[in-house]
Design a binder for this molecule. Structure first.
Ligand SMILES: Cc1cc2nc3c(=O)[nH]c(=O)nc-3n(C[C@H](O)[C@H](O)[C@H](O)COP(=O)(O)OP(=O)(O)OC[C@H]3O[C@@H](n4cnc5c(N)ncnc54)[C@H](O)[C@@H]3O)c2cc1C
Ligand code: FES
Length: 356
């Protein structure tokens, strides 16, 4: 038994020494990244592709900030990327692997690298903004208004931006909660995640007047404007954000489509924007807002729907009209909603979601 611990201890120390040696002693000299066969950037190797791209103002989706937990930073490495790492395997299927797809945050640049990024992913820019307003919406969600400096942003309702955590090189994704027609102010809804770096910064440090940096827009969770299908929106927590942006967009168009919006919360204190959603309902007969509480407290005096939001949605959406669904919230909610919607005949290609 003692031998087992000694051997493991020695192996652990050797691994740590190798990691430190690679970090501080190994240099890879001058390397280059060639993008789409035309742009070439030179740098001293050793860091990952994602960081080098960011340094050269090329912003690709990277919602987890490089921790290999989102799988968003996929790009094609044509040469020089080395072997795929175990951390990438879960996000890159066999076909993608054959095509050379890799996670940019996991590819260390040790020699010249050639990459391909499709044109539609190259539209994101970096923005500076001042916090013009920040306040609590619920006990754990804050709304942050960002007044963009010197330029404007074009985004689709439902898309997200990546907020740079001040003093770090880390980013976190936040869906835009405001209308795309306001191109100079963005509203974000940010929930405090216990032990979370960015959300704690926003909740405990960020103040009105602070200057921040973000990149965007990103994401393929956005309203399919060309469609005439009824919309089933299902949200929970900060999943309210992209759906609110979609609703604001539709409101400005005169609510041309029938919309059912199901919002799930635990108790009444987790509900927000109720007044504005009820006003929207009063204005447009084809918009219906259905909040559902899973664990109402006696003091809530709740007379609305009780149960999981997906069970409640199932009660309402039985008719045969063609439908499109927009889902945003925690992964278990999205998975349950997918099952309900497909059972109710919504085609999988008409179901769009962001899980977080
Ligand atoms: C496309 C997209 C859009 C998003 N939009 C929003 C939004 O509008 N509002 C919003 O508040 N968040 C949103 N998020 C989540 C957000 O990007 C961050 O993940 C979240 O704020 C936590 O970051 P952090 O730095 O505070 O926590 P971290 O320091 O990254 O994480 C700390 C710990 O918390 C865990 N953790 C991370 N995220 C969550 C989570 N969401 N729930 C529970 N535990 C978690 C981690 O596993 C880790 O253990 C979105 C994510 C994606 C991918
Ligand atoms: S940035 Fe999330 S996996 Fe690379």
């Amino acid at each position: 038994m003692i031998t087992f611990f000694v051997v493991n201890g020695i192996l652990l120390v050797i691994s740590l020494l190798l990691l430190l040696a690679e970090r501080f002693l190994v240099t890879y000299g001058e390397c280059s990244i060639t993008l789409n066969g035309d742009k070439t950037f030179s740098m001293l190797g050793g860091d990952n592709l994602l960081n080098y791209l960011n340094q050269h103002k090329i912003f690709i989706p990277s919602a987890c900030g490089g921790k290999a937990t989102c799988g968003f930073c996929k790009l094609k490495v044509l040469s020089g990327g080395g072997d795929i790492l175990p951390t990438e395997e879960v996000y890159i299927d066999k076909k993608e692997r054959e095509e050379g797809l890799r996670l940019a945050c996991q590819v260390k640049v040790k020699k010249d690298v050639e990459i391909y990024i499709p044109e539609y992913l190259l539209g994101a820019e970096e923005f500076e903004a001042d916090v013009s307003h920040i306040t609590y919406l619920t006990h754990d969600i804050k709304i942050v208004h960002l007044a963009i400096l010197n330029k404007t942003i074009n985004f689709k309702p439902g898309q997200y931006i990546q907020f740079k955590i001040p003093g770090t090189d880390e980013y976190r994704a936040y869906s835009v909660a405001s209308s795309p027609s306001d191109k100079s102010t963005l509203e974000l809804l940010i929930r405090l995640v216990p032990g979370g770096l960015c959300s704690a910064y926003v909740h405990k440090v960020l103040m009105k007047g602070d200057r921040v940096v973000f990149t965007g827009p990103f994401g393929d969770f956005y309203l399919r404007e060309e469609s005439e299908n009824d919309i089933i929106a299902i949200g929970g927590g900060c999943g309210m954000a992209p759906i609110r942006s979609i609703l604001y967009f539709l409101r400005e168009k005169g609510m041309p489509r029938r919309v059912f919006y199901f919002f799930g919360a635990r108790t009444k204190k987790d509900l927000f924007f109720t007044k504005e959603l009820r006003e929207l309902e009063a204005k447009f007969a084809n918009f219906k807002y259905i909040p559902a509480l899973s664990e109402p407290e006696p003091g809530d005096k709740w007379e609305g729907e009780v149960g999981f939001v997906t069970q409640i949605a199932e009660k309402y959406i039985g008719d045969k009209r063609p439908k499109e669904a927009y889902l945003c919230g925690p992964p278990p909610m999205i998975d349950a909603a997918m099952k309900v919607l497909t059972r109710e005949g919504v085609k999988p290609e008409n179901i769009f979601y962001d899980k977080f």
